[in-house]
Design a protein. Structure first.
Length: 297
């Protein structure tokens, strides 16, 4: 699910300007209407500082951890004061680097409320000046001060991972000027993303079919993959990118057959067509997860 953000200076006849927070609210409401269960909402300060977004999340009773600006304003009763709890150390996992010790502390405006505020040091020492800090706001129902920073850091991993996926699938590789065509291109990209994701390792061993137990399926999948993995360009890794590479190999015979088929109407070579269809039939027997899609019927 996605919507295109249309800048004011790029609007065309019939277009309606919507801010990114407005688009986010519409997407969240649509997901809820479709029956999706949202465990936690993570967002940067563009959305954390939007009263409409926070109001929507509260109305839908969704828990969130969002970034806010250092000068975020909070209403307090007369005579109240702002105070800081002691810094707490935590271990931050980093990509391709050793884990770092960082620090966070809670900021309390008057009395503690259902919404809590934290300062997170971006450096591996306490940051009393706030120059090297993130500030976050959360309505998590229990005191998660020990790992609220870890929860918020998931946003960076999701954003980074999704950016890599979009680059791999050619998200920005369009030469289109109208929004309708861009939407069609993005829908193709998201469909490919779904196809790869349901075949990726995480889904292989975490879904059960109605007739096959997890252990039975694991054994069958292992045997099935062993045969296909003999391809010289097969990747044995368990990453999303490996799944993309291997699915590209699986679908190649069908793509190549579609490309060469017009020549077979010019030069009739029955054996070549028969061998291609046989190879495609082998590819259709590939199963990496209980949910698999045939390449060609």
């Amino acid at each position: 699910m996605f919507q295109i953000f249309k800048p004011k200076n790029r609007l065309k006849s019939g277009d309606k300007y919507k801010t990114k927070p407005q688009i986010a609210i519409e997407i969240i409401q649509e997901l809820k209407a479709l029956g999706f269960k949202i465990k936690l909402v993570l967002a940067d300060s563009l959305y954390g500082e939007s009263g409409d977004v926070i109001g929507c999340l509260e109305k839908l009773k969704l828990e969130f951890v969002v970034a806010i600006r250092s000068n975020h304003g909070v209403l307090m009763p007369p005579g109240s004061r702002k105070r800081y709890n002691r810094w707490k150390a935590y271990e931050q996992k980093l990509s391709h680097r050793q884990t770092e010790t960082r620090y966070l502390r809670e900021i309390i405006f008057g009395q503690r409320r259902c919404i809590r505020y934290y300062q997170i040091s971006k450096v591996n020492t306490p940051d009393p000046t706030g120059d090297e800090s993130w500030y976050i706001m959360t309505n998590l129902s229990i005191d998660l001060s020990s790992n609220v920073a870890q929860l918020y850091s998931l946003r960076n991993w999701i954003e980074y991972g999704f950016k890599q996926v979009k680059n791999e699938l050619g998200w920005a590789d369009f030469r289109l000027t109208d929004y309708e065509s861009i939407e069609r291109w993005w829908e193709i990209i998201f469909s490919a993303y779904l196809l790869v994701s349901v075949q990726a390792t995480y889904f292989q061993f975490n879904q059960q079919s109605s007739t096959t137990s997890t252990s039975e399926f694991s054994s069958h999948a292992e045997s099935n993959l062993l045969h296909y993995s003999q391809h010289p360009y097969w990747e044995s890794g368990t990453t999303w990118k490996s799944a993309l590479n291997n699915l590209r190999l699986i679908i190649q015979p069908y793509i190549f057959y579609c490309l060469i088929q017009p020549w077979l109407t010019v030069f009739n070579i029955p054996g070549l067509k028969r061998c291609f269809l046989k190879l495609i039939d082998f590819m259709n027997n590939f199963r990496a997860s209980p949910v698999s899609f045939p390449i060609a019927s």
